[in-house]
Ligand binder design. Structure first.
Ligand SMILES: [Fe+2]
Length: 392
């Protein structure tokens, strides 16, 4: 990035409310919006938590009628989105409140688009393919990872054709309000904290070194890296650590706010194929690939790696740029290791025969998309080398 010579822009469309018991803000926010009827969207597990009960209490206090759609599933199947749309239309809901992880928030985003624009989610696949503003929604995340509460994209799973696709809109795709209450993370299992946390870290990391980074996104990315690397370990150890949970939620949204502008690079390019291939979560897939991609990308922007190392608490005094930058890679591996995510693809059933088709899949998307984002130019053979590095 050669600023200030390049023209850059940054925008976000979500009001972010952060802090312990910030969920109580649901009541005044609802009174402000005045919806005729609200639809609460969630999965079956979150309904068993005290945090969910609190959310419902605050909705009741606002005095607007509401219905509950508790059929949200992981990976956002099209069939669930369509089912939610039926309920929204039948009940005449004017506002959606998504209480859950990334899949729940993505379901609300997609349903909102389909209800106002018609058709199926597939009809709106791609970027800015719909014109009518979707039904507004409030996001209340219960994981710190996808940052869907502030991004303009939703990832949907077409289960019939076994393909995932995105629906995005820079202006219309974001939540109206995101309420980040650390109490929402209390029921999150440590494995989910770690995997979601590494997804969040990777968003901040990849947006910081993106070719599309600008001064505004860099500030968000770097602070995201700092907050996540300082707070992932304590939250993994104790989900009731309010301070760590608040900082993880804040750090995750910062990465999301940045990558909405910058995109993500080779970790996501490879990770998006590794997840379905090895049947592992997106967070685990990116954590497996991240150290290998960091080693590969390091030569393209060593000064940025020095800043990452410093943000992660490494002492770089007296070191050359190259020595100091390498400390970022070491710090990433230590963070992975401390939350039990220093894993290799071989341990999850990856075979050497998978290298070539996996590299080809990555190369196909690189040419279309990632070459404009990833800081180091990448060939198909480079992808094979990175995959080998992440393999064992
Ligand atoms: Fe991600």
């Amino acid at each position: 990035m050669n600023y200030p010579f390049d023209v850059t822009s940054y925008e976000t469309h979500t009001r972010i409310i952060l802090g312990f018991d910030s969920i109580k803000m649901l009541t005044p926010e609802l009174k402000n919006i005045k919806p005729k009827k609200v639809m609460v969207m969630c999965g079956s597990n979150i309904k068993k938590t005290g945090f969910y009960s609190k959310c419902i209490e605050y909705i009741i206090q606002a005095g607007f009628p509401y219905v509950i759609f508790d059929e949200v599933l992981p990976e956002v199947p099209v069939s669930v989105v369509m089912k939610a749309c039926e309920v929204i239309k039948k009940e005449g809901c004017e506002l959606l409140i998504a209480i859950g992880g990334g899949s729940c928030i993505d379901t609300a985003k997609a349903a909102g688009v389909v209800v106002t624009n018609g058709g199926k989610p597939q009809d709106h696949a791609g970027y800015e393919q719909y014109k009518i503003p979707p039904i507004p929604f409030i996001a209340i995340p219960t994981t710190a990872g996808t940052s869907s509460e502030v991004t303009s994209m939703t990832v949907i799973n077409d289960e019939e054709n076994k393909v995932k696709f995105t629906i995005g809109h820079k202006e219309l795709g974001c939540s109206k309000i995101a309420i980040l209450d650390p109490q929402g993370l209390e029921s999150c299992p440590p494995k989910v904290v770690a995997e979601a946390g590494f997804d969040a870290f990777t968003h901040a990391f990849e947006s910081f070194i993106s070719l599309k980074a600008n001064p505004h996104t860099e500030a968000l990315s770097l602070q995201g890296i700092k907050l996540i690397s300082e707070n992932l370990r304590p939250l993994y150890a104790n989900r009731k650590n309010i301070h760590a949970a608040s900082n993880m939620l804040a750090g995750s949204t910062m990465g999301g706010m940045a990558f909405t502008t910058t995109g993500c690079g080779n970790v996501h390019c490879i990770g998006r194929h590794v997840g379905p291939l090895l049947h592992v979560s997106h967070g685990l897939a990116v954590a497996m690939v991240l150290p290998a991609v960091a080693r590969f990308n390091y030569l393209a922007c060593p000064e940025k790696f020095v800043q990452i190392a410093q943000a992660m608490g490494e002492d770089v005094r007296g070191l050359s740029v190259y020595e100091a930058g390498k400390k970022a890679i070491k710090a990433i591996e230590e963070l992975c290791s401390d939350v039990n995510l220093l894993k290799k693809m071989k341990d999850f059933g990856c075979k050497e025969d998978d290298f070539e088709p996996l590299a080809q899949d990555c190369w196909n998307v690189y040419e279309r998309h990632y070459q404009y984002i990833n800081p180091r130019q990448t060939t198909k053979n480079d992808y094979i080398d990175i995959i080998k590095d992440a393999y064992m």
